[in-house]
Write a protein that binds this ligand. Sequence first.
Ligand SMILES: C[S@@+](CC[C@H](N)C(=O)[O-])C[C@H]1O[C@@H](n2cnc3c(N)ncnc32)[C@H](O)[C@@H]1O
Length: 380
Amino acid sequence: MGEDASWAVCVEPRNVGKTYSILNDSGILNTGVEIQQISPDLVAIPITDVEKAKGLNFSPQQLDLRFRKQLDPHNRLKKIITEYLSETEAELLLDIPNTWQKVGVMAIFPRGSFSNGWDELIMRAGEGFWAEVAEAIFVAKIGIGNHIDSGPMRQSRVQLMCGDDGWVSHKEHGVNYVFDATKVMFSQGNLNERGRMGRIAKENATKDVSRIVGSETIVDLFNGIGYYSLQFLVHGNIEHLHACEMNPDSITAFKRGLEKNGVADKCTIHQGDNQHTAPQLAGKADRVLLGLLPTSTAAWPLAVNCLKEEGGVIHVHENIEEYEEGAKQKWLEETVEKFNQLAKSIGRNWQITPQPLQLIKWYAPSVRHVVLDLHFSSTN
Ligand SMILES: C[S@@+](CC[C@H](N)C(=O)[O-])C[C@H]1O[C@@H](n2cnc3c(N)ncnc32)[C@H](O)[C@@H]1O
């Protein structure tokens, strides 16, 4: 067997979703190698830990996966749908979604998928239709996206089509995010920003020249399920993290995430509106996260008030309208000025150094999600 030999658990196609879920939850899924069909009745799911797989009652096999035909979930999806198509429904073939977001063992199709003209086919296909779709694309659960609630809690309102519930455990940048995908959103567009927070956490944990020597205290004013805070808790050297959040569904999910990542002892959750909970965190933080869109402006005074007397870092998220040339620079300058005034209003004489603006994603045509890191340092 050559260098590309991989260990895998081999199961019948109908058991792929369930097995994938078990292997993923046990942390032994080998995501570096594609899941592959090795015979009409057998699918190989690559793993990283043979002994652990045996402990889960699987019988792993060593396979030369490089030379196997790669499975194409898109074609498999098309194939099962084609089997149900009547002659008059040929146009639906063009309407089969060719993208989906994968969160843990769930695939979430874009909003509007399988809607116009699909009812009859889905009824004819019967109860098992969604399970077949799940099997075709190697997941255990299926959801269909919806308009994210425009209120401050940003509920996902994903509709569950297959699976007992919407709970998933999604590993990204070394962190396990646990959440009910039908209730809270998990934005793919913020993937790089989550990774950036993880890198900052790692860098600070090893820095010995910074004012933040290793351990820092963090306040996340819009914690949600812990997009950013879990990156710091898992990768950083954290003294303590204070997570402010008002959505009970996000808090339940975050608590499960804290347990799953083994970092619960470093975190305190402050449930409720941050306007009421954050004032008690005055003067405690080396770093404050302001991850609310379209703007976190209402919490800027809270953030400044949370920083330690000697200063720290604030990460400001905002949706900027870019209709005019220079809109980003104008927002940056105005933001620095507003933070300057806020600092002065509580008697802080800080120097504020803005870092280069991080361009996260287009939120709408001409509206961009950006993040500005502001460093506050004492001039005394
Ligand atoms: C965009 S989401 C946060 C994304 C996030 N960082 C995560 O991991 O999910 C914004 C979060 O802030 C919470 N939120 C909004 N306004 C709030 C407030 N005034 N006080 C506390 N939490 C708030 C919402 O419930 C939501 O979970």
